[in-house]
Design a protein around this ligand. Structure first.
Ligand SMILES: NC(=O)c1ccc[n+]([C@@H]2O[C@H](COP(=O)([O-])OP(=O)(O)OC[C@H]3O[C@@H](n4cnc5c(N)ncnc54)[C@H](OP(=O)(O)O)[C@@H]3O)[C@@H](O)[C@H]2O)c1
Length: 240
């Protein structure tokens, strides 16, 4: 199915939508007709991206337990439901990156809170709305953004790598458990991209060797499209 046709009219939420891959996703999805809500902590950046893209900006911290329901309500309230959730916001843990022996317990907790528990909480808070989307044959997909640090034991990437490995396994189990409801879960490693997160982790990297986040965004959108084989027909009668 043609990507833009499949995505048009979809209600999509992206966490971490003001920078890097998340910003590229918000821009591209909005351009091809999705109705997009995105989340980030900096109110100024949220306001700027919302104005630039015509999407819904939500200020919130996905690592904060108390913020999850307000975030979920703003997403579903503004979009009238949700068809696709992209858990993209991420924490490196300690910065500069550190050996595990030099990582504070609180830094590991932050990586787990933002990269693992936050996506779990937000998915749970939106699960009923995602199931409703699947029932209505709109297509229901959750994308959890992973990393090669989830599978390779890179020194100094311990907190981040462990959180992404756990997120990957959680994604597989969510997928098995949600098959009957028609909710598809995808784990996607976007590759090494030229973004602020990468610059913080590897300050001396040669940017010319890194992917542009737009390229990874296109790949994520193509994967979502592939997981939505039947939805265009059903959506045509439902479009607002
Ligand atoms: N860049 C790479 O090479 C690379 C490689 C493999 C995987 N990844 C993955 O790709 C994803 C995107 O990374 P990126 O490089 O595009 O990152 P980025 O440029 O640093 O952007 C991160 C975004 O997430 C938001 N954010 C961070 N913490 C948040 C929190 N607790 N709650 C809500 N929003 C939060 C940031 O805005 P605020 O700071 O205002 O909240 C920003 O919008 C991440 O999952 C990352 O692990 C990246």
């Amino acid at each position: 199915m043609e990507t833009s046709k499949a995505i048009e009219g979809l209600r999509v939420a992206v966490t971490g939508g003001t920078s890097g891959l998340g910003l590229a996703l918000v821009r591209r999805l909005s351009d091809i007709g999705a109705r997009v809500a995105f989340v980030a902590r900096s109110a100024d950046a949220v306001e700027r991206v919302a104005a630039d893209t015509g999407s819904i900006g939500v200020v919130g911290d996905v690592g904060d337990k108390d913020a999850i329901y307000p975030i979920a309500l703003q997403i579903t309230g503004n979009l009238g439901g949700i068809d696709v959730l992209i858990n993209n916001a991420s924490s490196l843990g300690p910065t500069p990156l550190a050996l595990l022996a030099d990582t504070e317990c609180e830094e590991l907790e932050t990586a787990l809170a933002v990269n693992l528990v936050g996506p779990f909480r937000l998915t749970k808070a939106l699960y009923g709305a995602l199931a409703a989307s699947a029932r209505e044959h709109r297509g229901s997909v959750v994308v959890n953004i992973s990393s090669d640090a989830a599978v390779n034991a890179y020194p100094e990437w311990g907190a981040y790598g462990a959180s992404k490995a756990a997120l990957g396994h959680l994604t597989s189990i969510w997928h098995e458990e949600s098959n009957a409801l028609g909710i598809h879960f995808l784990s996607i490693d976007p590759g090494d991209m030229d973004t602020p997160l990468h610059a913080l982790a590897v300050p001396d990297a040669d940017a010319s060797t890194l992917k542009h986040p737009d390229q990874s965004a296109m790949e994520v959108i193509a994967a979502i499209t592939a997981a939505l084989p039947q939805r265009t027909v059903a959506l045509q009668g439902n479009r607002p």
